[in-house]
Design a protein around this ligand. Sequence first.
Ligand SMILES: [Mg+2]
Length: 162
Amino acid sequence: MPRKHSIMDGKQLVFIDMDGVLVNFYGGVKKYYPCFDTYAEEKQREITAELSARSGFFTALEPMPDAVEAFQQLARKYEAYILSTPDWNGVNSWTEKRIWVEQHLRDPAYKRLILSHNKGLFSGRALIDDRLRNGADNFKGEHIHFGTEKFPDWKAVLKYLL
Ligand SMILES: [Mg+2]
């Protein structure tokens, strides 16, 4: 029986972060904490951990603008995987990330979700990530720093990678 998805067809690997890249995580956070950006980093971590642990928080999050179409386009040219770091203590986030992928990205993302606390273990053409944490700075390939001046949004990323 043929495999539904093969990684043997010569396409390059591209890894895509969830929070702040595919998923409008901070938009969801600001619904509960409108002044989130003004808090100290430790307080921000406490808030995101608390919300991530809350049942239904993650699955209610909206995609980032153009993210769904961008994933589909990237998945046609590349072996596109989602590489996301869930909250270790908030086990809901592990399940809800998987549900979110099915709800929003559907077929092109089938069995393409990788949850890891060390993105430095992976190598490929590119990692599209809005942060340097969780090993993103050690990724073996190009780090496309989403949300920066060079790559402010999905339009800029697609122009670069397609
Ligand atoms: Mg992120």
